[in-house]
Each structure stands twice: as C-alpha cells, then as structure tokens.
Design a protein around this ligand. Structure first.
Ligand SMILES: [Zn+2]
Length: 318
C-alpha cells in the first residue's frame, strides 16, 4: 500500500503508486538485465502471488515459465535488482477462471510452481501489497495488456512485434513505431456544502456507490472533462475544479486523475445510459457507511483513489 505525502493532499493512501520505481529506460536495449532479474509472470491479466507471504511471487530466467513466455518486459531496477514481467497467458493453468461477476476471485497455478504460488486478480489483493509490489504489478499488468490488444499496426494493419524490452512495438510491414498508451480518466469529488455526489454503474455489487468518473476526450482539458462528465451523468453543473492526485489504474490502461469540483446546484438529472443511480451523501452519512460494513450504501473500494479522496474530504485534509 502506497503511503506518501502528496503536494496537495496531506495523507495519500492508495494502491499502485508511491514506491518510486526506477524505470531505467536507458537499459531497455541491454539484454544482460534479464539474466539476474526477478521476473513476474502474468497470466490473462492476473499476477502471480505468494499466498503465504501475501507478496508478489517471482521466478528467475531459468524457470520453465520464463522459457515458455510469449513476451518479456523490463519494468525497471530497484536496489540493483532488475525486474521484468512475462506474459504466460497462452499456457494451460490448473483452475478455471470466473467469466462473469464483478471481480474474479478464483486462482490458478501452473504445474511448474509450488501450490502456494497462484495467479490472482490484482484488485483482490491491491490493499495488501507493499508499495513496490503494487507499482510493479500495476506496470506489469498495464504493459502486458497493451501488447495483448495491439498485435497489429494501427497505420497499415500489418503485424507488429515487441521492441525496446517491451516498451515499443514495431510494424513488420511499414516500420511504424507504436508506444504503450495510457488513457486519462477524470474522477471527481463533486461537493456542495456538506454533501458529496456519488453514483453507481450497472453491474456493481448492491449498495456500492463511488465518485463519478469518465474518460478525457481528445482536445479536452482535465477541468473541462470534469464539468462535462458530471453534467452528462448527473445533470449537475460544476464551477471551480482543482487537481488533487492521480493513480495508475491498469484495468486495462487508465490513469485516474482525481479532482475536486464545486457543484453549483444539487438537482440530479440522471443519464440512465451512464449511471444506474446518483445520490448526494452528507459527511455524516458517508462516515456512517465507512464505519458499518452492513450499511445499505458502501462508498468506493479501499485501495482505489476514490476512497482516498472521500476520506480526505471527511478529514478536511484536501
Ligand atoms: Zn504498419
């Protein structure tokens, strides 16, 4: 779990950031890093976890999975140790993943691994992982996910191949160079006096509400995206907007940009295509739902930036 003091927020505590991983981009063309590396296997978006230690599990370059990997990506260096991710999604695992539902809580493993090393959905364990593990896992999941969905050149349609230790893809036909993408998403704490605006999407667990969020569109500023999304989804006009903090959210490739918006009114007009529900909650109501696991309304999920924005608003530390 990342713990740091941000520029704006006094107490930030969310997953996937804060460890200060050195990505060592100058070493991406140096194949020697692989030999001494700690290597994180990723299988169909799941990370390998040591269930006993509740830490990421690593293999070395000689391991069967490293030999069978479809792709290797250099993640960076920490305390002189190089870190890589490998994608082993094409390998058969024991254990069947769950295909529906909100979060897949099944685990899988490979015959070459001891039983306590299992592939798990990253969101299930994000609050347990130490900061460095969280940052490495988020990077690994995002970059392997990008490769998995960008096998062909966006310019000519030809097949592309990984390059620069996994940080580029080069088209085999026209030579175009493609870089990994990150999709900016605004997530906004919209307040009006003592109340915060919360919404829920279709398919979320019963009673779960969180801050409104939406993709930034081409040609749009972060502030404009906050105002547009809040208007589109809930019909609320937002005035002043301030940036607070950001969180990588590799499901599959988002960067969550946390903002604080001042609502100019409170009358909600719901867009049912975007949201199933939207409500104003007072500080007291949010505190109550944080304290009571059986409360009818459960705001956000621990480890996600929304939870932290709300927590800091409650503590008056924004
Ligand atoms: Zn091409």
């Amino acid at each position: 779990m990342a713990r740091k003091r941000g520029e704006n927020m006094r107490d930030i505590e969310f997953a996937f950031s804060g460890a200060g991983l050195d990505r060592a981009a100058h070493l991406r063309s140096d194949p020697d890093q692989w030999v001494a590396a700690r290597i994180l296997p990723i299988w169909q978006g799941k990370v390998l976890l040591d269930q006993t230690a509740q830490r990421l599990a690593w293999v070395d370059a000689a391991h069967t999975l490293s030999q069978l990997a479809d792709l290797a990506v250099f993640l960076g260096i920490h305390k002189q140790t190089p870190y890589f991710a490998i994608d082993v999604s094409s390998q058969d695992m024991t254990g069947v993943p769950q295909s529906d539902g909100f979060l897949d809580d099944t685990t899988q493993t490979h015959p070459s691994l001891p039983d306590h090393l299992q592939f798990v959905e990253l969101r299930q364990i994000m609050t347990q992982l130490p900061a460095l593990d969280g940052e490495l896992a988020a990077t690994a999941r995002a970059i392997t996910g990008w490769h998995a969905s960008h096998g062909f050149c966006a310019k000519c349609g030809g097949a592309s191949a990984p390059a620069m230790a996994g940080w580029e893809r080069h088209c085999q036909s026209c030579g175009a160079v493609h870089f990994p993408r990150t999709d900016p998403v605004v997530i906004m704490l919209v307040t009006h006096g003592n109340q915060v605006l919360m919404g829920r999407s279709p398919g979320w667990p019963d009673g779960m509400y969180s801050l409104l969020a939406g993709f930034v569109e081409p040609g749009e500023t972060v502030e404009a995206a906050v105002r547009r999304e809040t208007m589109e989804e809930a019909g609320i006009k937002v005035g002043n907007v301030r940036y607070l903090a950001s969180q990588p959210w590799p499901f599959p490739a988002s960067l969550m940009i946390g903002c604080w918006g001042q609502a100019l009114g409170t009358e909600i007009t719901l867009d049912p295509n975007e949201l199933e529900g939207a409500i104003w909650m007072t500080r007291e109501q949010v505190l109550q739902s944080f304290a009571d696991p059986n409360a009818p309304i459960r705001p956000a999920r621990k480890g996600a930036i929304a939870y932290d924005l709300i927590r800091n608003w409650l503590a008056d530390t924004l």
